[in-house]
Design a protein around this ligand. Structure first.
Ligand code: NAP
Ligand code: MG
Length: 402
């Protein structure tokens, strides 16, 4: 069989620990036997980030800007323990945060649905994709504890020194205050990423906030989405047969629970933080959650939603068997390969991505799966396998499809 050829390289961002081990297995077993894999390789493993003073992370994000599509392995975000463990020069920032800041993107997370792993909500038949705005609100807040009576005010001073004031509260007793902000540019970028992703995946888009209570702050989000939709996206949505729908955050949670899935749920920063964990758990397993960062100008970075699975890695280092789920990382690769195929007009590449996903799902639905899934599967013929055996089982399925 002749290998599938690529024209533009994928930006490949390697990572840490167990996911780095899986990364190589996926390439060796599931990709390079079939594809003449063309990547521009960036090592985002912690030692290489430390060695380059984290320049490699910045370079990899710029490469995505240049080529348009990247695929990323999970990486360690160092804390004090990691600084000690890896003898780091300093506590480097989260690579995902750095990349997101450069691409100015929105993260979309969607579960991979397979028979036998049932969502806690039985009528969720299709995936629900969460889009979380990743700038501002309480994540860039200024807070104060008030310990004595006094007046708290919001004060805006313009460039000429003119002040605008609003009373927050006239404190008679101790309390707390918080100042938050957001930027029209960031909200617009978020909205564009959501509209574009909805068109890309042909799914309805839902957005909710609390504009009835927050008549300026949340209302501004609602207005930016509404204006963009009316002026730039309405016709495209109608042509694609999809809808944009705005409602209140408390109304949307009820609708989400009653739905059968198959839409994108755009969330403000805090709502997205909370709701993405809720959805990941409700759909079954972190090992089955995909994640893609989409920039407002249409650059894509695919990854798994989970971390480096540190506990499994230490077992692996001791030579003990591991049963780590590689599905979300495989789907990061298929997402990136399919997108590359679409952009470069290489149908065989997109078809290959479809087949690899089919083979992965068929393997699990046939009963062969890793430990995390074996624990929750409703199938009667569950065969729990180790990390490499699982990938080899997918390869056997894939060979049937090729
Ligand atoms: P984690 O790697 O997501 O793992 C947490 C636990 O979830 C694991 O111990 C395991 O449970 C289960 N799990 C997650 N993924 C799994 C998989 N693919 N297969 C089977 N089980 C899986 O989170 P963490 O241990 O809190 O973080 C480890 C490192 O990852 C940290 O240094 C953190 O900075 C980094 N991280 C990176 C990213 C990213 O790059 N996107 C995201 C999150 C965290 P059991 O141990 O019970 O089997
Ligand atoms: Mg969270």
């Amino acid at each position: 069989m002749e290998k599938i050829r690529m024209t533009t390289p994928l930006v490949e961002m390697d990572g840490d620990e167990m996911t780095r081990v899986i990364w190589k297995m996926i390439k060796d077993e599931l990709l390079t036997p079939y594809i003449d894999l063309k990547t521009e390789y960036y090592d985002l493993g912690l030692p290489a980030r430390d060695e380059s003073d984290d320049q490699i992370t910045v370079d990899s994000a710029n490469a995505i800007k240049k080529y348009g599509v990247g695929v990323k392995c999970a990486t360690i975000t160092p804390n004090a323990a990691r600084v000690e463990e890896y003898k780091l020069k300093k506590m480097w920032k989260s690579p995902n945060g750095t990349i997101r800041a450069i691409l100015d993107g929105t993260v979309f997370r969607a579960p991979i649905i397979v028979k036998g792993i049932d969502p806690y909500v039985p009528h969720w038949k299709k995936p629900i994709t969460i889009a979380r705005h990743a700038y501002g609100d309480i994540y860039k807040a200024t807070e104060m504890k008030i310990d004595r009576p006094g007046k708290a005010e919001l004060v805006f001073t313009d460039e000429n020194g003119n002040e605008t004031r609003e009373l927050i509260h006239d404190f008679k007793a101790p309390g707390i205050i918080q100042g938050i902000h957001n930027l029209d540019e960031s909200i617009t970028g978020f909205a564009k990423s959501c509209f574009n992703f909805a068109l890309d995946t042909k799914q309805d888009l839902w957005f909710a906030s609390k504009d009835t209570i927050s008549k300026k702050y949340d209302h501004n989000f609602k207005d930016i989405f509404a204006d963009l939709y009316e002026n730039e996206y309405k016709e495209k949505f109608e042509a694609a047969g999809i809808t944009y729908f705005y409602t209140l955050i408390d109304d949307v949670v009820a609708r989400v629970i009653k739905s059968d899935g198959g839409f994108i749920w755009a969330c403000k920063n805090y709502d997205g933080d909370v709701m993405s964990d809720l959805l990941a758990t409700a759909f079954g397993s972190l090992g089955m959650m995909t994640s893609v960062l989409v920039s407002p100008d249409g650059k894509y970075e695919y990854e798994a939603a989970h971390g480096t699975v540190q506990r499994h890695y230490y077992k692996y280092l001791k030579g003990e068997p591991t049963s780590t789920n590689s599905v979300a990382t495989i789907f990061a690769w298929t997402g990136a390969l399919r997108k590359r195929g679409e952009l470069d007009g290489i149908k065989e590449l997109s078809d290959f991505a479809d087949k690899l996903e089919k083979a992965t799902v068929a393997t699990i639905e046939g009963g062969t799966m890793t430990g995390d899934l074996a624990l929750i599967s409703k199938l009667s013929n569950v065969n729990k396998v180790n990390t490499l055996e699982f990938i080899k089982a997918i390869r056997a399925e894939l060979d049937k499809l090729m």
